[in-house]
Write a protein that binds this ligand. Structure first.
Ligand code: FES
Length: 74
């Protein structure tokens, strides 16, 4: 299975706009799905005006909701 690299921005703006909810959503996935994901936190992705921002396999998505994030990686 292809491993997704999910980088959640935890810069100030994204933190205020719900970055923790994105992280919690990913961590709440069932084990076999979680195994196919490499979750990292990163500093500002330079998309603060559209926070919260996530980079998935090198591509930035902002703003993004927890539901949209889960849809993209499962
Ligand atoms: S703080 Fe997240 S993009 Fe800048």
């Amino acid at each position: 299975m292809k491993k997704h690299l999910v980088e959640v921005c935890i810069g100030t703006s994204c933190h205020l706009m719900g970055a923790q909810d994105l992280i919690r959503a990913v961590q709440g996935l069932p084990g076999e799905k979680l195994n196919s994901i490499q979750l990292k936190t990163v500093p500002c992705l330079k998309s603060c005006d559209k926070s919260p921002a996530v980079r998935i396999n090198g591509q930035i998505f902002a703003p993004i909701t927890p539901e949209e994030l889960i849809k993209k990686i499962t």
